[in-house]
Structures are given as C-alpha cells and as structure tokens.
Write a protein that binds this ligand. Structure first.
Ligand SMILES: Cc1cc2nc3c(=O)[nH]c(=O)nc-3n(C[C@H](O)[C@H](O)[C@H](O)COP(=O)(O)OP(=O)(O)OC[C@H]3O[C@@H](n4cnc5c(N)ncnc54)[C@H](O)[C@@H]3O)c2cc1C
Length: 466
C-alpha cells in the first residue's frame, strides 16, 4: 500500500503540466488567492459574468493538489444540513441555500458535459445510514425539515431492508436517502476545471506562487509572492484551511482537523455480492464520520473524519500522513466489508478539513467591501464550492443578486477558541468523541469521561455532526 499526502486520485488522473510562476508587476481587476475548487469556480464565474475583467489567480503549490484533488469525491447538496440552516437563518433563507446547493451539484454535471471534462460524474444519490443503535434516526430531523418546507423529494427514510437493497453490510441498519447527490473523480474534476479556467482569455493562473503578504486600501489590494506583486481592484480569498493561518483575516473562525482515506484494488465481484452496483455514496452517522463510495473500475474508497487537529493551520505531518489513523481506517473498512479479507488496499492518504463552528460554510467580507473569502466547508466542499464560488464572484463584482443575498454571507462569522488552549482542548474532545463512538459501535456504554468530553462542543455552542 502506498501511503502519502496526495493519494490515489491525483496519481490516477495522470501527469498534468505545471502552470508558470507569477513574476514581476501584475495588474488585474480581480485577484483570486488559492486554486482549489472554491478559487477555480470563483474564477470561472468571474469570467462568465464579466468576460472583459482581467483575473489573476495565485496558487501556492499546484492547483487542486490540496484537499480539492484528494477528497472522497462526494458532491453533495446541503439538504442534510437543513435543520442547522433553519436554526441559524430561518426557514426561507435556509431553503434558498439548500436549493442553491442542489443546483450546484447539477451545475457541476453540466460543466463536465459542456466542457468535455470526464470527471466520472455520477448522480446516484447519497445514503446516510446508521452503523450503531446510537446513530439510529440521526437523519429524522433533516427528513422532516425537507417535508415541512415543501421539498419531500429531497430526503426520505429507509428501512434496514431498503438500505440492504442498496448495499449489504453486517454494520448497516436503517438510513435516509438524498437522491440528488453525485460522485466525481475529484482530481479529474479539479484538473479539468483548472485547464478550462487557464484557457479563458481574461484569466491568468499562476502556480507555485504563494501569497506572503497582502495590503489594501481605497484603491484596491496588493499581494506579494516571492516573485511578483499583483495589484487588483477586488480580491477573493479561497485558500482552504490556510484561512486559519497566522495573518489570515479569518483566523479564529475555524478549526483545522484532518480526514484520512484508503482505496482498494478493483473488487467488482464483491460489489456485486453486496449489491452495491448503483454508485451511491454512503456515510454512517457518527460525528467522526465514515464515508464510502465506489469508483468506475469497481474499487471502494473509504474515509474517516477522525483525524487529529492541526495546530493553527499547520499542514504536512500527521494532518496528511498519519499511520495510526489510517490503521483505524483500514480496520473500519474491513469491518464494513468482511469480504475484503485478502484483497489489496492500494493507497492511503489524508488532508486538512476546515471546520466551522456552525458546520456550515461561510462567505465573509474583509474590512472594506473589496475582499471576500470562503471557508468552513467542514468536509462537504465539493458540491457547495460550486455555489460559494458563484457567491464570491457576485460579491467581488458588486452584484446585488440572488447569490450575494444567500444567508451564508455572514457579517460576523462565529468564533472558535484558538491558540494552544484551543488545540489541546480540541484534541481532548476529539479523543473523547473517538472513544465514545467506538464504544457505541460495539453497543457498549462509553466511559463517563469520554461522554463528558464529547458533550463539550454542544455546551460551548459548537455544532458537531451533519
Ligand atoms: C481526505 C479528505 C476527504 C474529503 N472528502 C470530501 C468529500 O467526499 N466530499 C466533499 O464535499 N468534501 C470532502 N472533503 C473536503 C473538500 O475536499 C474541501 O471542502 C474542498 O476541497 C475545499 O476546496 P477549497 O478550494 O476551498 O480549498 P482547498 O482545496 O484547500 O484549496 C485551497 C488552495 O489554496 C492554496 N493556498 C493556501 N494558502 C495560499 C497562499 N498563501 N497563497 C496562494 N495559495 C494558497 C492551497 O495551496 C490550496 O491549493 C474532503 C477533504 C479531505 C482532506
């Protein structure tokens, strides 16, 4: 098994040419910092809305080599977040966000088709299920909210028998089905998107061009990379978990944790045996979620959101390659599918997760009205980044439209405890949650200390779980 930071998808997508580094003095109308899904969709939308506007994108490494090119490839809408959206914003604004997120999943498919990007887009739906009695019915509030707000088709409950019709596992119980979700090959999508964005006449994309310093004023913004200074009228910050780095205007508004994945060799006969041939993406209902999907060539990709918390936004190390967390991933995968005994796991990898305290992504304005940023996808960014990219483009162009009015545009995003205390406390809570949920999976009552630690986020107003 190869275990590294970048993992299977980027390798499977094949080599792709590096774009040039930024150099010299550059002028633009709009600057995009960060070349993951959020920045790339923002650039795509900027060029669509104002084809004459000059856009510069600065990416620290290679576009899509962060989480965007190495995630699970679930392109989900936000119907399962409807209760949280309602609680935070009220019924109508919540509905508007959920509908826009569903449209975003569709738009990704349209993009792939129209632009000839073969990102293995498959709209087969999302199954959220229970793998322990403590998880039973976690989805009920979301299913009820969809029905109450007039979208009963967006989510429906499934009996254990109906779950087994989709996929059989000794671990699976009842669940809920969200039919509009899709899966993608994340690296093929992000590289295809990068290439389409870079080919636009008004957009210049630079790789290996980290922004080290930014300043701004009434005239606009200026960003410095090791080789260039870029001046622009307006700016989009789409730098993922670096939103929590020192110097970021969003520091203290998110926590950076990590998620780790593994993928099997092709096992099409096992998929036949368990009846999982429909391409649905699946999660259990833990806070430290397990997520699993199949690939076009019959592999199972399996991940766990139980990785450690990074200090600040520090990447590398255990945030990306964590042998003990991956050991747990492999043990969990095999417990879901005992038929994998003796079958090869070919790759494992990991990456940072930008967790917002509301578990909802955030679009925020920085100081003046010229700089906007997005962060906090909390492990659900592939679909929503299409929507947030559009919101950022509308805001940066000062359009007062349906997108810039969506409730996710937060005047004052919620805060999380930071610094050493936040890191130590966060890791203690993580350890408590991991132990509590492991006990629940064995139908044991967790130790009081672990139950206590797992309750801390709720007590301090931090939302945990979908
Ligand atoms: C293992 C794993 C599994 C996941 N599974 C799923 C899933 O199945 N479905 C789902 O919806 N989400 C999933 N996610 C989350 C998803 O990948 C992210 O929400 C999404 O990719 C966020 O995109 P982004 O563009 O905002 O950030 P990123 O992909 O992090 O991109 C940000 C970019 O900004 C660049 N950058 C940072 N600082 C600077 C700087 N100073 N100057 C210039 N550039 C900078 C970085 O190099 C990076 O390329 C998963 C994440 C991981 C790690």
């Amino acid at each position: 098994m190869e275990h590294d930071a970048h993992g299977y998808w980027l390798r499977d997508a094949g080599p792709h040419e590096a774009l040039p580094e930024a150099s010299g003095e550059l002028d633009a109308d709009l600057l995009v910092v960060g070349g993951g899904f959020t920045g790339l969709w923002a650039a795509w939308e900027l060029a669509r809305l104002e084809p004459e506007a000059r856009v510069v994108m600065l990416e620290a490494g290679r576009c899509g080599h962060g989480p965007s090119g190495r995630n699970g490839g679930f392109a989900n809408e936000m119907w399962f977040s409807l209760p949280t959206l309602r609680e935070r914003y009220g019924d109508e604004p919540a509905l508007a966000v959920a509908r826009a997120s569903a449209a975003a999943v569709e738009q990704i498919g349209e993009f792939c088709e129209q632009q000839g990007v073969d990102a293995h887009y498959r709209r087969a739906g999302y199954l959220q299920l229970s793998a322990a009695s403590a998880q039973d019915g976690v989805w009920s509030e979301a299913v009820a909210a969809c029905a109450e707000l007039g979208e009963p088709e967006a989510a429906r409950e499934l009996t254990p028998e109906q779950v087994a019709d989709i996929c059989r596992s000794p671990r699976f119980r009842a669940g809920a089905f969200y039919p509009y979700a899709a899966t993608v090959h994340p690296a093929r999508l992000v590289v295809g998107l990068r290439d389409r964005v870079a080919a636009l006449p008004s957009v210049r994309v630079f790789e290996r061009s980290p922004v080290r310093r930014m300043s701004g004023g009434a005239w606009g913004v200026s960003a410095e990379t090791p080789g260039a200074t870029v001046r622009a009228r307006s700016c989009v910050l789409a730098f993922g978990s670096a939103a929590n780095a020192a110097g970021s205007p969003f520091r203290g508004r998110l926590t950076v944790t990590s998620s780790h994945m593994a993928i099997t060799e092709p096992v099409p006969e096992l998929l036949e045996e368990v009846g999982w041939t429909g391409g649905e993406c699946i999660t259990d209902s833990r806070a430290m979620i397990h997520y699993l999907r199949t690939t076009r060539d019959g592999r199972i990709a399996f991940g766990w959101g139980g990785g450690r918390i990074a200090y600040g936004a520090r990447l590398g190390g255990l945030t990306e390659v964590d042998a003990s967390v991956v050991d747990q991933v492999l043990a969990d995968l095999r417990s879901f599918f005992p038929g994998l005994e003796g079958r090869a796991i070919t790759n494992a990898w990991g990456g940072p997760i930008d967790v917002s305290p509301t578990h909802l992504p955030v679009v925020a304005r920085v100081g003046s009205d010229r700089v906007f940023g997005a962060f906090g996808y909390t492990g659900n960014g592939v679909g929503p980044s299409r929507m947030l990219g559009g919101i950022l483009a509308s805001l940066a162009l000062d359009r007062r439209d349906e997108r810039s009015r969506l409730a996710l545009v937060e005047p004052d995003p919620a805060r999380v405890p930071g610094g050493m205390a936040g890191w130590v406390g966060g890791n203690a809570i993580r350890a408590g949650l991991v132990a509590k949920e492991a006990a629940e999976e064995e139908e044991r009552v967790a130790a009081a200390i672990h139950r206590g630690l797992a309750r801390v986020p709720e007590l301090v107003g931090v939302h945990i779980g979908r």
